[in-house]
Design a protein around this ligand. Structure first.
Ligand SMILES: [Cu+2]
Length: 332
């Protein structure tokens, strides 16, 4: 017993030191979320700071008081602390410990609600410039990006123009993953059978880190990519360069790419038209299988192999219904 206690006492400072070092090194290497480079990430950082501050208003006084009370009322000789064994009620104290938390929760709720609506991922970013669309597909274990307007595709690499909203359409042709460029905004899940929408924008030129933020198997750790943010003219020049690349993504080479394995950065001068829509719909016999947990339709229950409506494919990743149907998925 004595032995165990002594060992514990000796180990404790080492453990604390280790925890401290880990914490500091984590902060030193990846301050990315707190170093936003676009409007979405910037608002999210504000929300994180406001919420942390409001929590700290409770946390620090409570921890401080706990230490103070334990110290003040400890058993000792000549203690002058008040001893009131029959104390049962104090309106003043009740007001303090109910009033302050209620006030904080009201403020927290109002702030969070405001930001939640403002940061709804499918909401277009206000800008004079027209958003560009990029489709991201998570595969085992790489990211495929297709640029439908430019007609090019890339693997594990993104380039986007500065100050231009980017409409990301996200899906998966492998286990669920999560698309995350920390300095541009929070993560968003990629799921087979559905297309998610996420608007992001970069305000500053630079190279940013992106990753898959949801564990998806053996080489999950290799699902990293860089996002280069360049002025529009340089982005256009890069697109022309990629268009001149000899590599083409075909249906066959896509099948190869989708097989399990890692991949270096690849730039494709073209990709099969409608590839993204086909990936999204291939897992959805009812046209919208994954959406069922939001809006169950009697039809799909009685007839699970029902063919999608002719226009269901088009609808899936564009415009109206997609936005509201899928917005509920940001949280899971
Ligand atoms: Cu889902």
């Amino acid at each position: 017993m004595q032995q165990t206690k002594r060992t514990l006492r000796r180990a404790l400072p080492m453990l604390l030191l280790l925890a401290g070092v880990l914490l500091l090194s984590a902060c030193g290497e990846q301050p990315m979320v707190l170093d936003p480079k676009g409007p979405i990430a910037s608002d999210q950082k504000d929300l994180i700071l406001i919420s942390s501050l409001l929590c700290a208003v409770i946390l620090f006084p409570v921890l401080g008081l706990t230490a103070y009370i334990v110290w003040k009322y400890r058993e000792r000789e000549g203690s002058t602390a008040a001893y009131e064994p029959h104390f049962s009620h104090s309106t003043k104290l009740e007001l303090i410990w109910w009033g302050i938390p209620i006030l904080i929760i009201i403020i927290l709720a109002a702030v969070t609600a405001r930001y939640t609506y403002a940061l709804e991922p499918t909401k277009p970013i206000e800008s004079e410039k027209k958003a560009i669309t990029i489709q991201a597909t998570s595969l085992d274990w790489k990211w495929l990006f297709t640029y439908p307007e430019q007609g090019i595709a890339t693997v594990n690499y993104l380039q986007i123009p500065e100050d231009v909203p980017v409409k990301f359409e996200l899906t998966s042709d492998a286990p669920m993953n999560s698309f995350w460029i920390p300095q541009l905004g929070g993560q968003m899940y990629t799921m087979s059978g559905m297309g998610m929408t996420l608007f992001l924008q970069a305000d500053h030129e630079g190279r940013y880190y992106g990753s898959g933020a949801n564990f998806s198997g053996e080489y999950f750790g290799d699902m990293k990519f860089f996002v280069d943010v360049k002025p529009q003219s340089q982005f256009d020049a890069w697109v022309q360069e990629v268009k001149a690349s000899p590599e083409k993504l075909t249906n066959d080479s896509y099948e190869k790419l989708a097989e399990k394995g890692t991949s270096p950065v690849v730039l494709y001068s073209s990709f099969p038209e409608g590839l993204f829509q086909r990936i999204v719909t291939k897992y959805a016999p009812g046209g919208h299988a994954h959406g069922q947990h939001n809006e169950p339709t009697p039809q799909s229950k009685t007839d699970p192999v029902q063919q999608p409506l002719p226009d269901a494919k088009e609808d899936h990743t564009q415009g109206g219904s997609t936005g509201t149907d899928h917005s509920g998925h940001t949280g899971h």
